[in-house]
Design a protein around this ligand. Structure first.
Ligand SMILES: [Zn+2]
Length: 261
């Protein structure tokens, strides 16, 4: 099995939506071991738990790549996983601080999340184009790549144009966006299982909506494989209802199926 199959590219240092404590690292390490996960990509917590847990996980045999906390536009989605940016003048300072604290990459939030109850099916969130471009530019000046939480076609396209390295989630992906990703060598972490698990906890009408979104999403994943886009396995584990290790194995199975169809 290749190295990628031992990496969960999208987790949060939470347990069912609640921040982990140092005492819970044994628990997390055990769940990772059961799923044969060797590397975790921490996509952020407002507390910056990745800075605190990196060493402890290392001693338990797990490499943690962390963004510390994500950057999100004040007033939009991102409060649990990041810290708010209140205007472009803060961007260089915030990225410098993350760099100095030793992050492995920058995580940026460029949209809300998929929600049946919201117009356009994505909640509020994301930066102005210029702000997102500035984030990527500053990050690059520190040698850091930018992983971008983003849903809905026009937001995904903005993210690709701004120069992010990876699209995280990417619900409501389009063929046009995929072509652009191929061209710009942007990778994709589709986190399909995360939305499926949400479908298990809502009314049947809502569940139907989420399942249909995931079906279309996986069609796009198939297309991405056909185009030769790099697809990462990421579970979004730690978010409520999404269990570390277990969710990774489910996601890997879904992606493997999509890659073969
Ligand atoms: Zn996430």
């Amino acid at each position: 099995m290749n190295k990628a199959s031992h990496t969960d590219h999208h987790i949060h240092l939470f347990r069912d939506g609640r921040p982990l404590s140092l005492k819970e690292l044994d628990w997390l390490a055990e769940l990772c071991e059961r799923a044969e996960i060797k590397t975790l990509y921490d996509m952020g917590s407002k507390e910056g738990l990745g800075f605190r847990f990196k060493e402890g996980l290392e001693t338990r045999g797990i490499t943690l790549k962390t963004c510390g906390y994500a950057l999100y536009k004040a007033g939009g989605y991102g409060g649990f996983i990041g810290r708010p940016v209140n205007g472009p003048q803060q961007i260089p300072l915030m990225i410098r601080e993350l760099y100095e604290r030793g992050v492995d990459f920058i995580k940026v939030v460029h949209s809300g999340v998929v929600s049946y109850n919201k117009e356009g099916y994505v909640t509020k969130g994301g930066f102005l184009r210029e702000e997102l471009s500035l984030i990527v530019q500053v990050a690059e000046s520190f040698g850091l790549r930018v992983h971008c939480h983003v849903n809905s076609e026009h937001r995904i396209i903005e993210a690709i144009e701004a120069g992010v390295s990876s699209i995280e989630h990417g619900f409501f992906m389009s063929r046009r966006a995929l072509e652009m990703m191929k061209e710009a060598r942007v990778s994709w972490t589709p986190t399909a299982c995360a939305l499926l698990s949400l479908a298990e906890r809502v009314s049947s009408e809502e569940a139907q909506f989420y399942r249909a979104v995931v079906r279309k999403h996986l069609e796009m994943v198939k297309e991405a494989y056909r185009l030769g886009i790099m697809i990462n396995t990421g579970s979004d584990a730690g978010a409520s209802g999404i269990v570390h290790g277990e969710a990774f194995l489910k996601e890997r199975e879904l992606l493997e199926k999509a890659s073969k169809d």
